[in-house]
Design a protein around this ligand. Structure first.
Ligand code: SF4
Length: 246
C-alpha cells in the first residue's frame, strides 16, 4: 500500500486539495483510503442515544457498525498510528495531517511564510492557495490541486512508494525517514530497504527451508504476482500464502 500525507495550516486549501486528489485517484481505478488526523482528544462517532454510542458508553473496546453499503469500526482506546494504518487495505492511503511516520508528503500552504515554517525534507509537492502565485519552491513543484489535479496525481503516481517498515533499524545506513528522503530524490529505491528485501519469499520443502538468491526471489515474485494479478480477488501489495500439497 502506498501512503502519503497532506498537511498544512487550516484555511490553506488543504481539504479541497485532498478531495480532488482522492477523486482523481478513484477515477484512475485505485482503491483509496483516507485518514484524518485529529488534534482533539476525542473522535466523535455516533450521535448521543444511538446504538453504537450506547455500546461505546457501555464499555465495549471496539464498536462496529455494519450496513449493506458501509461499515465502520470504532476503537475505544488509543491506537498507534502505524497499527491504524495497517488496518487499511487500499492501493493508496491519504493521511490528512502529520503523523510521526516517514512517508512522502504534500504541503498545503497559503503563503510563503507558511512554506518556510512547515517545509520538511519529505515534501515532494506543494499545493494550496500559494499555488496561485508560485510554480516552484526550492526545487519542489507547486501545483494547484483544483486546477491541475491530473498533474498533481501524475506526480503522486510517480513519487509515492509503498510504506517502509518504520522500524528505524538503520540496516540500510539511514533511518526510515533518511531512506524515504533518498527514494524521493531518486538516489535509492524501495528495494534498498533491507527489511523489505529480507525473506520476501519463504519456501519450505517438507520441513526444510529453501533459500533463493535475490534475483531468483524477484523472478519468482514477478511470475507469481503476474499470474495472479488478472484474477478476481487478487490485491497488489498484499502478502500471499501458497501451499502446494503432494
Ligand atoms: S532498512 Fe528499511 S526498515 Fe530499516 S531503517 Fe532502512 S528503510 Fe527503515
Amino acid at each position: 500500500m502506498k501512503v502519503f500525507a497532506i498537511y498544512g495550516f487550516s484555511k490553506s486549501g488543504k481539504t479541497e486539495s485532498i478531495e480532488r486528489i482522492i477523486y482523481e485517484l478513484k477515477r484512475r481505478g485505485y482503491k483509496v483510503g483516507a485518514i484524518k488526523k485529529s488534534y482533539h482528544h476525542d473522535v466523535e462517532y455516533d450521535k448521543k442515544g444511538k446504538d453504537t454510542y450506547r455500546m461505546e458508553q457501555s464499555g465495549a473496546d471496539i464498536v462496529g457498525g455494519l450496513s449493506r453499503s458501509r461499515a465502520a469500526l470504532f476503537y475505544n482506546y488509543e491506537v498507534k498510528p502505524l497499527d491504524f494504518i495497517k488496518l487499511f487495505n487500499t492501493d493508496y492511503l491519504v493521511i490528512e495531517g502529520r503523523l510521526d511516520i516517514a512517508v512522502p508528503k504534500i504541503l498545503s500552504a497559503a503563503s510563503k511564510s507558511e512554506l518556510e515554517e512547515l517545509n520538511d525534507s519529505l515534501v515532494f509537492a506543494i499545493t494550496g492557495k500559494i499555488s496561485e502565485s508560485m510554480e516552484e519552491y526550492k526545487g519542489i513543484p507547486v501545483i494547484n490541486a483544483l486546477k491541475k489535479t491530473e498533474d498533481l496525481v501524475d506526480l503522486i503516481e510517480n513519487k509515492v512508494f509503498p510504506l517502509l517498515p518504520q522500524i528505524n533499524c538503520e540496516e540500510c545506513g539511514f533511518d526510515c525517514a533518511g531512506m524515504a528522503e533518498r527514494i524521493l530524490k531518486g538516489e535509492k529505491d524501495i528495494r534498498d530497504c533491507v527489511i523489505l528485501q529480507r525473506n520476501r519469499v519463504k519456501i519450505m520443502v517438507g520441513k526444510k527451508p529453501m533459500y533463493l538468491a535475490p534475483f531468483l526471489e524477484n523472478m519468482l515474485i514477478n511470475i507469481v504476482r503476474g499470474f495472479l494479478s488478472p484474477l478476481k480477488g487478487y490485491e497488489d501489495g498484499q502478502e500471499l500464502h501458497i501451499r502446494i500439497e503432494e
